[in-house]
Write a new protein. Structure first.
Length: 131
C-alpha cells in the first residue's frame, strides 16, 4: 500500500484477529475519531509527523504512542480479549513484512463509514460512560 505524501506519513491499521466476528471497536488518534474497525478490515490513515497516541476503549483502554516520521508507513493491529461485559481491545505495532502479508486477507474500510450521525452517537456514548 503506497501513499504519496511529502510531509505526512501513513498509518495502516489492520484489524485481523478478533474473538467475536460481530465485535467492532472505534480507533482514535489522540482525541480524534479515526474509524470504526471491523473484523478482517484495515484502514489507511494519513496524518502529520510527530507523536500520536492511538487508542481504543471499551471497558478497558489500549493505547500505543508512535513518534511518526514523514514519509514512513506504520502498522497497528487491533485484537480483542475477553472482558467482563464486552471484549477488551488491544493495540500492537506490527512489523511491515508481517503487516503486508496479513493485510492481503483484509477488506478496506471505506472513508464513508463515518457519517456525522455515527460520530454523534459515539460521542454521546463516550460522554455517558465518562470517557
Amino acid at each position: 500500500m503506497k501513499h504519496q505524501a511529502t510531509n505526512q506519513q501513513s498509518i495502516s491499521i489492520a484489524q485481523v484477529t478478533l474473538l467475536e466476528a460481530a465485535f467492532l471497536t472505534i480507533l482514535y488518534a489522540n482525541d480524534k475519531i479515526v474509524t470504526k474497525l471491523y473484523n478482517g478490515s484495515y484502514y489507511p490513515y494519513i496524518t502529520e509527523p510527530g507523536t500520536v497516541e492511538f487508542w481504543a476503549q471499551t471497558e478497558s483502554k489500549s493505547e500505543v504512542e508512535l513518534n511518526l516520521d514523514a514519509g514512513k508507513t506504520y502498522y497497528l493491529r487491533g485484537t480483542v480479549g475477553m472482558g467482563i461485559m464486552v471484549g477488551r481491545p488491544h493495540l500492537t505495532i506490527v512489523p511491515e513484512d508481517t503487516a503486508k502479508l496479513e493485510i492481503t486477507e483484509c477488506n478496506l474500510i471505506p472513508d464513508s463509514n463515518w457519517e456525522e450521525e455515527k460520530i454523534k452517537e459515539e460521542n454521546e456514548r463516550r460522554e455517558m460512560l465518562g470517557i
